[in-house]
Design a protein around this ligand. Structure first.
Ligand code: NAD
Ligand code: UD1
Length: 356
């Protein structure tokens, strides 16, 4: 059993003024969340090994927040380092973003994916347990709804996966539920993200995939900026209004806000484990997304319709009702906002973050 949760600064019990460890805080979603945590009055420390991010992100975060951010650069699978961090730092809550996330790569390197995503979680949760840190917000994914779910998807749907990445999310969710049975003091949030896109309104923080992007918006961004020749649309023969698949794109700023709301809520819930979808509830097609991006850029963009991508489903969008009601949270940014902000970031930084 874990000890009594540490409360940290006065007010911590009410969800303000907490000292929050953000794992993967230099990554796309983590970096945007760090800014909102600080704006909400929390103190932040970051663990990241920069496996999929650049240290320059931290400089940007410090410039935007005008705060010094303690960053611990190590691999979370290092159980000793992780344990030492908890022994030396006051930590009231953890948001666990760190993990590998490329679906295709996960099929080619399944052991790496299982090892990294599960291993980092084991190490983290053990250290939390040892040091009486009870609040954990975990980055799950809508991918846990599997290939055949109806839409809109709600949190009570059964979970499954179609690739090793997805299975790591299904497995970690189950592991955390088991931990919560053994340690009912835990307050765990499983946040199921739909399709995070967009960028910080400053234009100085955004998504910077390494190699050719797999996801739609980063791909369109790179076509718009001239790094890629044209968008390939993976099939226009789906059973959807314009034949292209529907997805629930959500602005990373809305997603970040959902984490702040979840942290607050963990203080007042009796449930050891809560599961919340973070999505808008609306499906947007590939053509609709392309045209929205063209509006943001002010010109048409080249594309070609090609065959379907293996593993794609026709429609995926959230029922966000539970998060709306229980967290008092809802997504506020439109598709046009997402494209405008993504384009501001990409056009200011055509090659993403500099190395140093
Ligand atoms: P990201 O790759 O930009 O950020 C992840 C960060 O974790 C990176 O900075 C990386 O260097 C770090 N990291 C990875 N393994 C680590 C380890 N063992 N030790 C320390 N640091 C490590 O990804 P993101 O888009 O910000 O996603 C964050 C989380 O949200 C991930 O868990 C991802 O699976 C999940 N998620 C992302 C999406 C999406 O489309 N972006 C969708 C659903 C869920
Ligand atoms: C992908 C992952 C999913 C993950 C999600 C969010 C796969 C098979 N699925 O799904 O597990 O949870 O990202 O990170 O990789 N598209 C194109 N051309 C492109 C890129 C995408 O037409 O170059 C289309 C796709 O066919 C899809 C839509 O755009 O219909 C969105 O694609 P993507 O951004 O990869 O997201 P998901 O398909 O939801």
């Amino acid at each position: 059993m874990i000890g009594a949760p540490t409360t940290g600064a006065p007010g911590a019990a009410y969800g303000v003024g907490m000292r929050v460890l953000v794992t993967g805080g230099a990554g796309f979603i983590g970096s945007h969340t760090v800014i909102q945590l600080i704006a909400a009055g929390h103190d932040v420390l970051i663990v990241d090994n920069f496996a999929n991010s650049k240290p320059t992100v931290i400089n940007r975060l410090e410039a935007i927040t005008s705060k010094h951010l303690p960053v611990h650069e190590f691999d979370l699978r290092d159980t000793e380092r992780t344990e030492r961090l908890f022994a030396h730092e006051q930590i009231d809550a953890v948001i666990h973003f760190a993990g590998h996330k490329a679906v295709g790569q996960s099929s080619q390197e399944p052991l790496d994916y299982y090892q990294n995503n599960l291993g980092s979680t084991f190490s983290l949760v053990r250290a939390m347990t040892l040091h009486g840190v009870a609040k954990l917000v975990f980055s799950s994914s809508a991918t846990v709804y599997g290939a055949n779910a109806a839409v809109p998807m709600n949190e009570d749907f059964p979970t499954s996966a179609t690739n090793p990445y997805g299975w790591t999310k299904v497995m970690i969710e189950q592991i955390l539920r088991d931990v919560a049975v053994a340690q009912p003091e835990m307050r765990i949030a499983l946040m199921r993200y739909f399709n995070p896109v967009g960028a910080h309104p400053s234009g100085d923080l955004g998504e910077d995939p390494s190699g050719e992007p797999n996801n739609l918006l980063p791909y369109i961004c790179q076509v718009a900026v001239g790094r890629l020749e044209k968008l390939r649309i993976f099939g226009d023969d789906y059973d959807t209004p314009d034949g292209t698949p529907l997805r629930d794109y959500i602005h990373v700023e809305d997603l970040a806000a959902g984490h702040i709301a979840a942290l607050v809520r963990l203080d007042s819930t009796d449930r050891a484990v809560s599961t919340w979808n973070l999505g808008t509830g609306k499906g947007t097609s590939v053509f609709e997304m392309l045209h929205a991006f063209e509006r943001a850029v002010g010109r048409t963009l080249p594309y070609e319709v090609v065959g379907r991508r293996a593993g794609d489903i026709a429609a995926s969008y959230a029922d966000p009702g539970r998060a709306n009601t229980e967290l008092g949270w809802s997504a506020t940014h439109s598709i046009d906002d997402m494209c405008t902000d993504s384009w501001r970031w990409q056009s200011r930084h055509p090659n993403g973050y500099p190395d140093a």
